[in-house]
Design a protein around this ligand. Structure first.
Ligand SMILES: [Zn+2]
Length: 537
């Protein structure tokens, strides 16, 4: 055998397929796995001794909001230190392409609370251009979806109209281009605007295009404008879209909440019924009791009409502010009662990061709703929050147990939903994967092979990343090496940016991105799948 670039020696190789782990050497050459087995006769430029450690494919995060973060800080320590070697971005229908320069400028501002502030002068006119900004320029591989929000902006502007006729044809044409340029599907978030201006009919027509290309429809289910949704919105609408269009459906962050803890069977009943009727469904979750988003999520759709400048102008007027305050109070009652600011762009408001909404409002002597409207305006929308988790440890544990029950299913993956901004972000951006594969796996006694399959070959197959997600000769050499007894998340709600412990090495396309629990600075990530593997009908 010719000399190898790298050998990982004598580790417990858990190859991603779900097969039992076995002690073996893994040889890497030219960015690919060259051989797995006894390589004691082979030499290599670098040898990693992995006795006592697990050697698995790099993890695939099926839901990340790193679109801007990866462009600003491509080292992306928060992801790679968890062992995430591939991220699927442009989630919830939010993303930067395909957009004209004017639409990019506006949508970037609108999305800044979730996606940050990538450079303004980037070409975002196509999915191909977007992919090129990450290819060999980021620490991890990046797969993209065509974001429904961008399609709507290009077809109809930031307006509350259904896509029909020429508008629909324009959106379908952009979608088709994106899929041919390497996008792995279409994403939408039917609680965000302009996506929530759509109706089921529009989504079915878009998903027919996705189905033709073998792509995936990734959906954050609707809880806004449910009057225009089939089956009353929610997961029922998503499943109905799958049934009518024939598209593969992937449901984002679908899990129990404090009010439904223990209710996995009820949660899965409609999924299992749809699957029995022939709908092709997969899902994902993250292992935390609460989520994180932007306050605009809770404002009535009419306030968003026209885009970010129109929204800010309304928030600055007495009448618009009153409508917003009323909307925040009544649209989702109680939604902001246990929230906490995670990130605010301006120096002036930095002191609010980590403050509960109640404390921030009291400090300003206004109501919570008024405080939220004022901060959105002061920050030009570049602000985000998370919920405050229950202090009932028993409830929290039931939710953890629910996550592990979901991941016991062969249709569930892990999507971190990471929003890696500010001083006190949701800890999922730093701890999601070690929490599942370390802390919770050990607590609930789940087989390592099972969970590794859920975060490697399962998402690779689902999203058409054909040569990833397994350790086998010929596969791309995305490999992580960790101590299965010690791998653990250290990021907490109180100290959310603490890196995990126990993951010694992360290899991306054959290059060491993490070496001895330290980032190397190597940026070997690729836009995946490769151009010649783009999905086709
Ligand atoms: Zn999300």
């Amino acid at each position: 055998m010719p000399d190898l670039d790298l050998i990982v020696r004598r580790g417990l190789v858990v190859d991603g397929t779900g097969s039992p782990g076995a002690t073996a050497d893994v040889g890497v050459r030219g960015g690919r796995v060259e051989a797995v087995g006894d390589l004691s006769g082979a030499g290599a430029a670098r040898v990693i001794e992995a006795a006592g450690l697990a050697v698995t494919p790099g993890f695939i995060d099926t839901h990340a909001h790193s679109d801007g973060a990866l462009l600003l800080d491509p080292q992306h320590e928060n992801g790679i230190r968890q062992g995430i070697t591939t991220e699927i971005i442009t989630q919830d229908g939010m993303g930067f392409a395909p957009l004209s320069p004017a639409n990019y400028r506006a949508y970037r501002m609108y999305l800044s609370g979730i996606l940050g502030f990538p450079p303004l002068d980037l070409d975002m006119s196509s999915i191909a251009a977007l992919r090129s900004h990450y290819h060999r320029r980021a620490v991890c591989n990046v797969a993209v979806l065509v974001p429904h929000g961008a399609l709507r902006l290009e077809a109809a502007g930031f307006r509350d109209v259904p896509l029909r006729g020429d508008l629909l044809a324009r959106a379908q044409s952009l979608l088709r281009d994106g899929l041919e340029q390497g996008a792995v599907g279409l994403s939408t978030g039917l609680s965000y605007y302009p996506q929530s201006y759509s109706d089921t009919e529009e989504l079915v027509e878009l998903c027919r295009v996705v189905a033709d290309h073998g792509g995936v429809f990734v959906v954050h289910v609707r809880n806004h404008n449910v009057d225009r949704a089939a089956a009353g919105g929610g997961v029922a609408e998503a499943l109905e879209i799958g049934r009518r269009s024939g598209v593969k459906v992937h449901v984002s962050h679908f899990k129990t909440a404090p009010g439904t803890a223990g209710g996995v069977d009820a949660l899965m009943a409609p999924i299992d019924a749809a699957k029995a009727a022939g709908v092709d469904v997969t899902l994902e979750c993250y292992p935390y009791p609460v989520g994180s988003t932007v306050p605009g999520y809770f404002l009535p759709g009419a306030l968003h009409d026209g885009g970010p400048q129109a929204l800010l102008a309304r928030l600055a007027s007495a009448e618009g502010r009153a409508t917003a305050v009323e909307g925040l109070r009544t649209l989702f009652p109680g939604a902001l009662a246990t929230a906490c600011w995670t990130h605010l762009a301006s120096e002036a408001n930095r002191e609010l990061e980590g403050l509960s909404f109640a404390d921030a409002a009291a400090r300003r002597g206004v109501s919570v709703e008024e405080m939220v409207c004022d901060v959105m305006r002061e920050e030009s929308l570049a602000c985000g929050f998370r919920y405050i988790p229950t202090d009932s440890v028993a409830t929290w544990r039931r939710l953890d147990e629910d996550v592990m029950r979901l991941l016991a299913r062969d249709d569930y993956m892990v999507g971190s939903d990471a929003i890696p901004h500010g001083s006190l972000p949701h800890p999922r951006a730093y701890g999601c994967f070690p929490r599942v594969l370390g802390r919770l796996r050990r607590r609930y006694g789940v087989a390592l092979e099972t969970l590794v399959e859920r975060v490697t070959s399962l998402p690779a197959r689902r999203f058409g990343l054909r040569d990833r997600g397994v350790i086998a000769p010929g596969a791309a050499a995305d490999i992580v090496v960790f101590d299965p007894e010690r791998f653990v998340d250290l990021a907490t709600f109180e100290d959310p940016k603490a890196p995990p412990a126990g993951l010694s090495y992360a290899i991306v396309n054959g290059a060491l991105a993490v070496d001895g629990e330290r980032c190397t600075g190597v940026l070997a990530g690729e836009a995946v799948p490769a151009g010649d593997q783009a999905m086709r009908g």
